[in-house]
Design a protein around this ligand. Structure first.
Ligand SMILES: *Cc1c(COP(=O)(O)O)cnc(C)c1O
Length: 247
């Protein structure tokens, strides 16, 4: 059994969870003829304690995903001081009024999904003197409740972001519709990235990362299979919902 969020001794279970996921990633790479180590693991630590993140760091994990800026601010600055190779990915819908804080703290922002947010990130980068790596989030199933740029507008938005952010725009991210075969959605995202000449593809979560690796994922975002279940009501679909009408 994976630990719960309140597990007081996360260390052993986090270590075991990470080892199991690494083995499954290696097997999935081998199964589709991809080189060992070609898929990066982003451990999604949202709603889990700083102690759980530290346990993962001690087990060699370096990339972490959080979906709320405030939670990342509470957990990561102290960790980063102790673990300089730590890399923080912001993976949740981002409000424009959080863009400056996000630019200040993140190494990668995976949820760039609309022109107003691109504007806010560009302004924040000027003000902070740093620009994280960026991924455009595509609403690959065109679901009303999900964040991400719609598939029709995506090619244009991606081109605009490439023109504006240059090499900082690394690739694409998506969350396919729940309860359906994700492969056609992963394939569609991979095609979109190829057309745009983008190398990075963030796709695949606890339930579907092996399928994503088969479709060309360069990184997978795995939470509950490493850290255990999050409190009820915080399913990824809820978390991935639109950031809110802030503009
Ligand atoms: C929570 C979350 C994940 C991880 O989900 P699990 O099913 O726990 O692996 C991945 N991506 C995003 C955008 C998330 O919000």
């Amino acid at each position: 059994m994976p630990p719960s969020a309140s597990d007081p001794e996360p260390s052993a279970s986090v270590q075991a969870g990470l080892a199991a996921i690494r083995a499954r990633i290696a097997a999935a790479e081998a199964a589709c003829g991809r080189p060992a180590g070609s898929v990066a693991l982003v451990a999604v630590s949202k709603f889990h304690s700083r102690a759980a993140v530290e346990a993962a760091l001690r087990a060699g994990q370096r990339h972490f995903g959080e979906n709320r800026v405030q939670e990342a601010q509470a957990k990561f600055p102290a960790l980063r001081a102790a673990w300089p190779e730590l890399r923080l990915h912001l993976i949740g819908g981002l409000q424009t009024n959080k863009a400056r804080a996000a630019v200040a703290i993140a190494d990668v922002i995976e949820s760039l999904d609309r022109p107003a947010l691109a504007d806010a990130i560009a302004r924040a980068a000027q003000a902070e003197g740093r620009l994280p790596a960026l991924l455009v989030q595509v609403n690959i199933g065109d679901e009303a409740q999900k964040s991400g740029v719609g598939t029709d507008e995506a090619p244009r938005f991606i081109a605009d972001c490439q023109a504006r952010f240059g090499d900082a725009l690394r690739g694409l991210m998506c969350i396919p519709p729940e309860g359906r075969d994700p492969v056609p959605y992963f394939t569609a995202l991979a095609r979109m990235a190829r057309v745009a000449g983008l190398a990075e593809l963030s796709m695949g979560m606890s339930g579907d990362f092996e399928a994503a690796i088969g479709c060309g994922a360069s990184s997978v975002r795995v939470g509950s299979a490493i850290f255990g279940h999050r409190p009820a009501g915080f399913a990824p679909a809820t978390l991935a919902a639109k950031a809110g009408a802030d503009e």
